[in-house]
Structures are given as structure tokens and as C-alpha cells.
Design a protein around this ligand. Structure first.
Ligand SMILES: [Zn+2]
Length: 597
């Protein structure tokens, strides 16, 4: 469960979800406590999106999303929970508190991060100034050679680090002590004879500086391209080292600028290089992000998933990046992303292609992006040409791991079918191999509960009771769950019921973590007009007890039959005794239910 701070609670109590949602979409009153409108999270023509004004939650009957005001704002603004709390607070005019920390270490860490952000901001501004200085002429020339004009340079805050070991250090030394400067990653030092680190000197010299920003657009690191040629040049690109601000695998380049467009266009364009990304973005394709040449990490996948699961991938065809590109594609496929791949004519990279052929040609290439399966089959055909059985086996072995990786069975089937057809595989054995690959991939989809029985609905309603007048109904249900948890184990929504029983004053929409179960709870509560009667809850609990006992009865029958088969008669006697007791208890329960006291 997400941690809910006191501040978040305060904001939630003061915010009205109906007003907040109305800031984004049009709502109409649809009942005593409900409003409805067109769902902003999936495409639809008739409204299936509901907001419950009293219980302060939303639910879409079309796509199944549901949650509270923070879930809504988090989803629609593509922000994390703390950001969503801030946004809602601002909309309600609630002043933000000074951050509170659970430990002195956390406070120190946060102070350090704050200082490092200030240092990076100052460094970025200073690099921008240096680009305009006489010494920056060589960098300006390089950038205009790459087709960047002053506007683009400003938008991406591109700068220049002069050919000096101490210019930046002098500039920033007033802002922070030596330890903080060292932690910023903007400086280097050499180890000395006694093992200690020597004085700091500027890490980036005579390079074009590209700032790397986090999702909120703050500069947290730099990529620096050399302007030297020959032996003195060093590596073409160097990056900031990992710092408390910057972990390479946790950032997607340009996501801060691209996220709105990604949401509007419902897909992201993924390129490898930052220069490709900048170039394509400045020419009008705003939903572009870059991996910076390394393979995707799980954190980056998670970051991206919040914005889209549809990707058009335009990686460099050159061999250097191919390995990383393949790894990224494999991971994204496994994570259920829908990929299309672009191959540009004449092996051009996106930057050169769009500069030489123009925006229209590039947009056309994006439209013609091939499904991942077609792209891979084509690659297999090119890598293993010819019609000999050996070549076909090799092509198949290249494809099989890709097929197995796809989470949905239907897509795997389609892929296997296409591969057999396009590779001209007529051998029954090979076709069987492909079929197996499509079959055997374990689906990660959990067995889902799709509907609730009447008893479960009564319990959900009882556990969701808020007003003190009906508190007894809730207390009754909570008590049953606490005293006889084994009765409820067989119910599909058992976990949701347990969470709701333990929620105390918390919102039911917040405590039920499983999205599928939360949707079921939301459906019940949206259809509810009043809390259940005490008698309804009592009989629901009795029915559940009955069902649990019948379940145990069947279990005992199986165990007895097994013991008989083994000839273990001592066990048979013990089990039969238990069964007789259970039978009696069930009979009594039936009688009591028929003649309630
Ligand atoms: Zn929806």
C-alpha cells in the first residue's frame, strides 16, 4: 500500500473529486450520488466513466480503472503519488508543508540532492553562457553543422565547457564546499601517493554540453561531446558519473519534454542517440525519447509504462548499438509493450534522415513502421538466406526465443504462423516446434475474478460503511472475518475483503491494491443505494460459513477415499469421526438458518 502522509489525508479531506475531475473532463449528474462522463483513459463514444461524489472515487466500466482523487490526477497528469498530492493541494489552495523526514540521514540526503540540483542548474547556465563567448565559436560552428539553430540550442540548453581545468570550479566554489562539489560529478580528481584524493579539477573541457533532465525538467547530469580531433581528443562522448541525483538506468532522455505529446498521440518514438532525439524533436516530432545508447533497464520500462505501452522504435542499424537495441526490444516485449520498428533507407540514422530528406519523409517512414514480428522475420531471412533445410533451422532458432517472450498467446500464435509462412517452412517437425513455442509460454495473467456473488456484494457493502449510524453492520462483518478467516479463504475477493476489514478510517479504494479486485469493489459501491441491513450481513456470513464447511466436507471425503485405498484404517476412523462431526454441525446450521431465533 502506498504510504499516506498526514498531509495527503488533509488534502483528500478538503478536495472534492467531482470538482477536480471536472477540471479535466465534462461530467453530468447521473444519480443521487454519481456523475458520469467520457473516460479520459480509453477511447469511447458513450460515457462509462463514473465518479462517486460521496465516496470520492472514480471508476470506468469500460476499461476498469478506478481509484481516488490522487489516482485520477496521477494517471491523467502522468505523475507519481507525491506529485499528484501536490497538484491537488495547489488546485484546492492548500499550502504545501515543509518536507518532513523520517530520519536525519534522509534529511541530509535531501539537502545534498537540493544542493546538487542547484549546482547543476548553475553549471548548465554557465555552459550556455560559455557557448556564446568567443571561445565557444568552435562549438557553435559544430552545432550549426549539425543543423541546430539558436532556438533549438536554447530549448535544449546546449552549452560549451571551455578548455580549462578550473573555470567551472572557480565559478561554483562559492556555492558549496569541496565534498558537495565532489559529489556533484562535475569534477574529477587524481589519487595521490598517500591514497587520498587530490584537488578537484573540471571534468568536462572543450566539449559541447548536453544537459540531461529528470522527468520534471531539472538538470541532473550532462553528456559531453569532444571538439578535439586526433590523439588529444579522448572518448567522443563522456557522461556524468552516477551521483545521488543521477542513475543512468533510471532516466529516459527528453521524457520531460515529450510526455504530454506521448499521451496525446498514444505512442512514443524511441531512438538511441540524444542527438537523434533533439534533431527529430526540433523538427516537430514531439513524442520522441532516447535511451542514450545503452540497453533498457526495468526502471526505464516502469517509467515509460506510466505514459504509454505503444512504441515505435527507430534504432541505428549500425553494429555497435545492435546488441543493446536487441536487449531493449526483448525486455520491452516481455513487459507487454506493443512495438513497431522503423528501418530507414540507406542505413541512415534518424538525425541525418530527417535533415536530408525532411519531416514529411520521416513521418512517412514512421507510418510504415513494421510490426516487430515482421521485422524479426525479415532479419532472420536476411541473416540466413537460401532455401536449404539448415538455413531454415537457423532462422527458426533465431526466432523462437523472440516468440516465447511475447506474453499473450494470440500474438505468439500469429507470430509463429507468419514465420512458418514467410520462411516457407513446410516441414511438419519445424511447424510443430513453432506451435510448441507459441503454446508453452506461461501466461502471467492471474486467474481473475470477474463477477461477485450476492453474498460477496453484501460483505463489500458492509465493509465499506462510512457513516456512524450503520457502524454496527461494518463491525459485524469485520468481526466475522477476524474470528473465522478460514471461512473466507475460498472467495475470489478474499484479499479485498481482508484489506477492507483492516482499513479503519481509510478509503476502500485506496486499501484494495489489486486493480481487478478494486474494480469489482468500485462496481458494487457505484450500484449501491444504501448500506445493507444487519440481517443481510448475518445471513451472508452464515452462507459463507456453510460453503466453507461444504468445501471441507468434500476435502474429507477425498481424504477418506485415499486412506481406504492405502489400507490405512486407523486414519479412516479418525477422518470419518471428523466428517460425522462436520455433518452434524452443518445440519444444525441449516436448522438454525431455517428457524432463526
Ligand atoms: Zn475507461
Amino acid at each position: 500500500m502506498r504510504p499516506v502522509s498526514d498531509f495527503a489525508q488533509t488534502v483528500k479531506q478538503q478536495a472534492d473529486i467531482v470538482k477536480i475531475v471536472e477540471g479535466y473532463i465534462r461530467l453530468r449528474k447521473a444519480g443521487a450520488t454519481n456523475y458520469s462522463g467520457l473516460c479520459p483513459f480509453h477511447k469511447e463514444k458513450s460515457p462509462s466513466f463514473s465518479v462517486h461524489a460521496v465516496r470520492q472515487f472514480f471508476h470506468c466500466f469500460g476499461c476498469g480503472v478506478s481509484g481516488d482523487v490522487f489516482t485520477f490526477v496521477g494517471k491523467i497528469e502522468n505523475v507519481s503519488f507525491p506529485e499528484a498530492v501536490k497538484i491537488v493541494a495547489l488546485k484546492c489552495g492548500i499550502p504545501l508543508p515543509k518536507r518532513e523526514f523520517s530520519s536525519p540521514e534522509e534529511a541530509a540526503e535531501s539537502r545534498l540532492r537540493g544542493r546538487l540540483l542547484d549546482l547543476h542548474e548553475a553549471a548548465a547556465t554557465w555552459f550556455q553562457e560559455q557557448l556564446q563567448s568567443p571561445e565557444g565559436a568552435v562549438a557553435r560552428e559544430y552545432l550549426s553543422g549539425r543543423g541546430l539553430d539558436a532556438k533549438g540550442i536554447k530549448e535544449f540548453r546546449i552549452g560549451y565547457s571551455p578548455d580549462s581545468f578550473h573555470a567551472l570550479r572557480e565559478r561554483l566554489s562559492q556555492m558549496a564546499d569541496a565534498d558537495t562539489l565532489r559529489a556533484s560529478g562535475l569534477f574529477s580528481s587524481k589519487e595521490q601517493g598517500d591514497g587520498t584524493q587530490g584537488p578537484l579539477y573540471d571534468r568536462f573541457r572543450k566539449r559541447v554540453m548536453f544537459p540531461i533532465a529528470n522527468e520534471s525538467g531539472r538538470v541532473i547530469a550532462f553528456t559531453a561531446r569532444t571538439l578535439e580531433t586526433g590523439d588529444k581528443a579522448g572518448p567522443k562522448y563522456i557522461n556524468s558519473p552516477e551521483t545521488p541525483l543521477y542513475q543512468k538506468g533510471m532516466v529516459l532522455f527528453n521524457l520531460d519534454k515529450a510526455k504530454t505529446a506521448i499521451r496525446q498521440m498514444e505512442f512514443a518514438l524511441l531512438v538511441e542517440g540524444q542527438m537523434d532525439c533533439i534533431s527529430v524533436f526540433l523538427r516537430g516530432i514531439k513524442n520522441v525519447i532516447a535511451t542514450s545508447g545503452t540497453a533498457f533497464t526495468e526502471q526505464q520500462v516502469a517509467l515509460l509504462r506510466r505514459h504509454t505501452q505503444q512504441l515505435v522504435v527507430n534504432f541505428d542499424p549500425d553494429a555497435a548499438g545492435a546488441k543493446a537495441a536487441e536487449k531493449s526490444i526483448a525486455l520491452l516485449t516481455e513487459e507487454g509493450f506493443n512495438l513497431k520498428l522503423v528501418t530507414l533507407d540507406d542505413g541512415l540514422d534518424p538525425d541525418r534522415f530527417i535533415r536530408e530528406r525532411g519531416l514529411e519523409a520521416y513521418t512517412r517512414a514512421l507510418r510504415e513502421a513494421r510490426r516487430q514480428s515482421d521485422y524479426l522475420i525479415e532479419r532472420a531471412r536476411l541473416a540466413f538466406p537460401g532455401a536449404s533445410p539448415e538455413q531454415k533451422v537457423k532462422a527458426m532458432n533465431f526466432l523462437l526465443p523472440h516468440i516465447r517472450r511475447i506474453p499473450e498467446k494470440l500474438s505468439r500464435d500469429q507470430f509463429a504462423h507468419d514465420a512458418a509462412q514467410k520462411l516457407g517452412i513446410d516441414s511438419a517437425v519445424l511447424r510443430e516446434e513453432l506451435r510448441q513455442a507459441a503454446l508453452t509460454r506461461r501466461d502471467h495473467v492471474e486467474a481473475r475474478v470477474t463477477a461477485l456473488s450476492e453474498v460477496e456484494r453484501v460483505l463489500v457493502r458492509a465493509l465499506a460503511v462510512e457513516d456512524p449510524e450503520h457502524a454496527e453492520v461494518r463491525r459485524m462483518a469485520v468481526q466475522a472475518l477476524a474470528e473465522q478467516p478460514q471461512w473466507f479463504e475460498h472467495l475470489g475477493v478474499c484479499r479485498a475483503l481482508q484489506a477492507m476489514a483492516a482499513r479503519q478510517a481509510k478509503d476502500p479504494m485506496v486499501v484494495v491494491e489489486d486493480e481487478g479486485q478494486r474494480a469489482l469493489v468500485a462496481e458494487v459501491l457505484l450500484g449501491e443505494t444504501k448500506p445493507p441491513e444487519m440481517a443481510e450481513v448475518l445471513s451472508a456470513v452464515q452462507e459463507i460459513q456453510e460453503r466453507a464447511m461444504e468445501h471441507r466436507q468434500r476435502e474429507l471425503r477425498t481424504l477418506i477415499a485415499e486412506a481406504e485405498r492405502r489400507g490405512d484404517f486407523a486414519e479412516v476412523i479418525v477422518l470419518t469421526q471428523k466428517r460425522l462431526e462436520l455433518d452434524r454441525a452443518l445440519r444444525e446450521l441449516h436448522d438454525r438458518n431455517r428457524n432463526p431465533v
